[in-house]
Design a protein around this ligand. Structure first.
Ligand code: 5GP
Ligand code: ZN
Length: 116
């Protein structure tokens, strides 16, 4: 699997340690970190180590599956039995602000629908 990085990308800097983070998981293909500006009692970002801009730019079913399985595993470990929300903001209309693919795992409170 590619280990592409982008020197100007905030999350690539988190991955290579240039920007400090609170890591919950670190494996060959991904890391999970606490969000800097949490929107719920649990707010974790799961991201691939390789730089890929968004889910729209990711072609690998294996990496897609790995990231979602990781999110689910963390939800189990954090005992989010009452439920949780997984969000993948994509592109401008999707509200994506950091252009390195990441899954938001949110939990610890009830969420409304539809989203804003
Ligand atoms: P997006 O809007 O792209 O879906 O989400 C980006 C998320 O990254 C936001 O929730 C924001 O709080 C978080 N974030 C931005 N910069 C940093 C950072 O340097 N460290 C961490 N841990 N989270 C960050
Ligand atoms: Zn990146």
């Amino acid at each position: 699997m590619s280990t592409n990085t982008d020197a100007n990308c905030i999350f690539c800097k988190v991955i290579n340690g240039q920007i400090p983070s609170q890591k919950l998981s670190d494996d060959e293909h991904s890391i999970a970190i606490s969000d800097l500006n949490p929107q719920a009692p649990v707010h974790i970002l799961i991201m691939p180590k390789m730089h890929v801009a968004s889910i729209a730019a990711l072609d690998s079913p294996e990496l897609t599956g790995h990231l979602f399985q990781k999110a689910k595993k963390l939800a189990t470990e954090l005992k989010l039995e009452k439920g949780f929300r997984i969000v993948v903001n994509t592109g401008d209309d999707g509200g994506q602000t950091v252009h390195h693919l990441h899954i938001h795992l949110l939990g610890g409170r009830a969420f409304g629908w539809p989203p804003g």
